[in-house]
Design a protein around this ligand. Structure first.
Ligand code: AMP
Length: 465
């Protein structure tokens, strides 16, 4: 892209008061207009306020927290400081997505980031920590291990993000999260993102993490259509899905069905298999020229074929009355895509059915979509094609109770430490970079604020409010 195009592309973001290197990075990443979440979050976060935002995967939430943090890091350069921003995420995959996102928009800045997640060699991570990355993206368990050994240090952290907080609760990561927060100074800006703010335990966690937060829930057309029933069918792999799809389309009674795949290739393959199995199906994808597209749609509208296999892009704005069944061959990338796909049925007062085939790697995404949209989804099974995968094991403890219990337990532990006197207090570990004389030296005054540091007495969760 040439220079003036870069400037044009960044225009819609320019009103948001972002520095030129960031605007260039945004344009390079191909972002032209802020998503609704970004438009709502950025101004608040740039003011330095704590916030909690309802935002699911696909909403642009990652840039919504990365950009203001990066802006503030650029505003206040601190070359001798350690890590200044911490992004806690529930899974390794999400950590690497956040890092990719960072790289996509950071290429014109000198900001650095590192990922600390479980399942990877510790010594590489120790090396990464020694380089004092400005932004640390981490899963709680492994970061806590590095904090316990003194390899990681959060005393310079001024920004904390809790991403996908609802999933953290689901995965039972609260205890680790609370313990990590106690390693960071109280003077900081904290941002919490969750697919929904209504999940049990979120408010307790927010109370603990945030100080006088702004709550952002977008007025969003995400109320699922009342005339649609939602089902999931568990699947093992692509071949299993193909068999299930074929059975669904031959056994179910419907006039017209729409099948969605996440990619053009997926749509083409599925269409070809269906046709080979004798199903009257056509494929619609973004690469078809206008004439082809018209022809395909005419066949479907007239009922000459009863199944249309489509990719999301191709199906934008599609309205075919009498579509009674929507099948998600792949779980859509976002809640909004799910809404868009399922909304092709259940129109004009008629009932519709949306069925999603869900394999193990797609489970979490489907769950966050359900939460985001607040829909109730029924599990269905196809006789003779039941999946070996039956979903992850259930976690039974209610999250709200878990948060309270964790907070209480930590309070008791810290109370006991304080009562035992200074001699029994856990010593603040010497920071690795001090031992190695790397990076900033600790100033005598650089100890954590009261109530937040590792050696400070524990105070009740609302102490920051
Ligand atoms: P996220 O919800 O953060 O996982 O982002 C979902 C996808 O949207 C990612 O592929 C981003 O690269 C993309 N994205 C984020 N912000 C924008 C934007 N303003 N314009 C276009 N795409 C975006």
């Amino acid at each position: 892209m040439i220079e003036h195009e870069l400037a044009d592309a960044a225009n819609a973001f320019a009103t948001l008061d972002l520095a030129e290197p960031l605007l260039r990075g945004i344009a390079k990443a191909g972002f032209e207009t802020p998503t609704p979440v970004q438009a709502a979050v950025l101004p608040v976060a740039l003011q330095g306020r704590d916030l909690m935002a309802a935002a699911a995967t696909g909403s642009g939430k990652t840039a919504a927290f990365l950009l203001p943090i990066m802006q503030r890091l650029l505003d206040e350069p601190a070359p001798r400081a350690g890590t200044r921003a911490l992004v806690l995420v529930p899974t390794r995959e999400l950590a690497s997505q956040v890092l990719d996102h960072f790289h996509a928009v950071a290429s014109y800045t000198r900001l650095t980031a590192a990922v600390i997640v479980g399942g990877e060699p510790r010594n590489h991570q120790v090396n990464a920590l020694r380089r004092n990355p400005e932004i640390l993206i981490a899963t709680p368990g492994r970061l806590l291990e590095h904090l316990d050994t003194g390899e990681a240090d959060l005393t310079d952290v001024r920004f904390i993000v809790l991403d996908e907080a609802d999933r953290m609760l689901d995965m039972g990561l609260v205890e680790e999260v609370v313990a990590i927060l106690n390693h960071a100074p109280g003077e900081r800006q904290s941002l919490l993102f969750s697919a929904t703010l209504h999940r049990r335990g979120i408010i307790e966690l927010a109370d603990y993490l945030l100080k006088d937060p702004v709550s952002i829930t977008l007025d969003h057309p995400r109320t699922a259509h009342p005339h649609i029933d939602h089902q999931i069918i568990l699947s093992d792999d692509a071949a299993h899905k193909a068999a299930q799809l074929q059975r669904l389309l031959t056994a179910a009674e419907f006039d017209r069905a729409l099948v969605f795949a996440n990619t053009r290739a997926g749509a083409e393959q599925a269409g070809a298999k269906l046709v080979a199995a004798g199903v009257r199906a056509v494929v619609l994808h973004g690469e078809l020229d206008q004439r082809e597209r018209k022809r395909v749609m005419a066949l479907f509208r007239a009922g000459t074929v009863s199944v249309l296999v489509a990719s999301d892009v191709a199906a934008r704005g599609l309205d075919v009355p009498g579509t009674e069944l929507v099948v998600n061959l792949d779980v859509p990338r976002s809640g909004d895509d799910y809404l868009h796909r399922s909304g092709r049925t259940g129109r004009a007062g008629r009932r519709g059915l949306a069925v999603s085939l869900v394999s193990a790697p797609e489970w979490n995404r489907m769950e966050s979509i359900e939460r985001y949209l607040g829909i109730s989804v029924e599990r269905a099974v196809i006789d003779g094609l039941k999946a070996r995968f039956q979903g992850p094991p259930k976690r039974s403890k209610p999250a709200k109770k878990v948060v309270k219990k964790v907070v209480k337990k930590l309070a008791a532990k810290r109370g006991a430490n304080a009562a035992d006197g200074a001699a029994d207090k856990p010593k603040l570990k010497e920071r690795l970079r001090e031992r190695k004389n790397i990076g900033k030296r600790r100033k005598p005054s650089a100890k954590p604020a009261a109530g937040q540091g590792v050696d400070a007495g524990f105070e009740p969760p609302k102490r920051r409010g």
